[in-house]
Design a protein around this ligand. Structure first.
Ligand code: FES
Length: 316
């Protein structure tokens, strides 16, 4: 049997930051965790006897001795179970498997200045950025946007950082003059942003309007896959048929059926789960495929996308 890749860990501490945000410190058992670069995420596996959940979370902090890993989990309204399980049953002692670790959102080392823009749970990758940027003496500013009632929690979360460089806003980006600040940024500035869809769209459009070159604009889409209409997949190589229920992803249905399906981020951001579609029409929900790839309908990212037709035939 193939050796399972990853780290055995368990929850050591839990802290409630707001009614919908919890910080989990995971203690790694036996081994030590290797150093991770700011912006990395980890795929976590946890559950009870009934169900196993697999979700990816930004690594907020990895202790210097490699024994502790910290993540913050938001209770998503459209949660299919994972974040709800952690909020309700994630207590000290709960075993957690830390699978793949990757970084799709690294700091650009050649940038002369870094502007970090986040909203809500989108702060998590930047919590690891701040420590690094400060330690190397980089020029940076973080603008974080949140609801008024969450302000004290985010201010507490950011309390240990350089307060002159960390600004928390409770108004919308358009209301606090962010577009003007971006307009004034020097040519060597890189912008990084992470947050809910509406925020992402606003920053994307505004940086484009302000003349930022695409290679100086970096984003990480936090995408919680939503359910939808059930559909059936046919695995062309074996002829097997698998039903994808309304409250599970195509990837989860494949895993449930013991199909060896590739994956990494589980959030439509890395492209690792791409599978060739031989028949049927995908309902694309990722942030990876180009317009041409979407239009061709020949590939699907199984972690987030679904089907517009009742059946999809996959090259699996
Ligand atoms: S696993 Fe990363 S896009 Fe699907």
């Amino acid at each position: 049997m193939a050796e399972r890749v990853g780290f055995a860990a368990s929850i050591e501490r839990v802290e409630s930051l707001t009614p919908t945000l919890r910080r989990f410190v995971l203690g790694v058992q036996e081994q030590t965790f290797p150093p991770v670069s700011p912006g990395s995420y980890a795929a976590l596996e946890f559950g009870d006897g009934e169900k196993v959940y697999k979700n990816a979370y930004s690594i907020v902090e990895c202790s210097e001795d490699g024994r502790e890993l910290t993540v913050i989990v938001r209770l998503a309204p459209q949660s299919r179970g994972g974040s709800r399980f952690l909020h309700e049953k994630g207590r000290p002692g709960l075993p957690v498997w830390i699978g793949s670790v990757a970084n799709l959102f690294p700091i650009v080392k050649t940038a002369r200045r870094h502007v970090l823009l986040s909203a809500g749970i989108g702060i998590t990758p930047f919590l690891s950025y701040l420590k690094k940027l400060h330690s190397v003496g980089a020029d940076y500013t973080l603008h974080h946007f949140c609801r008024a009632e969450e302000r004290p929690a985010f201010e507490a979360l950011l309390a240990g950082h350089d307060q002159a460089r960390v600004l928390v806003h409770t108004g919308l980006p358009s209301e606090v003059g962010l577009a003007d600040w971006l307009q004034d940024e020097a040519i060597a500035t890189h912008v990084y942003f992470c947050g809910p869809e509406g925020f992402m769209k606003w920053v994307e459009e505004t940086t484009c309007r302000c003349g930022f070159a695409p290679e100086k604009v970096h984003s990480e889409h936090f995408f919680v896959p939503e359910g939808g209409r059930p559909f059936e997949v046919v695995l062309a190589r074996s002829g097997r048929k698998i039903v994808v229920k309304g409250d599970e992803t195509l990837l989860e249905a494949l895993e449930q059926a013991d199909v060896d399906a590739p994956c990494m981020c589980r959030g439509g951001a890395c492209g690792a789960c791409a599978v060739t579609v031989l028949d049927g029409q995908p309902d694309h929900r990722d942030h990876v495929l180009t317009e041409a790839e979407r239009a061709s309908g020949k590939v699907i990212l199984t972690c987030v996308s679904r089907a517009k037709t009742d059946m999809l035939t996959l090259d699996l």
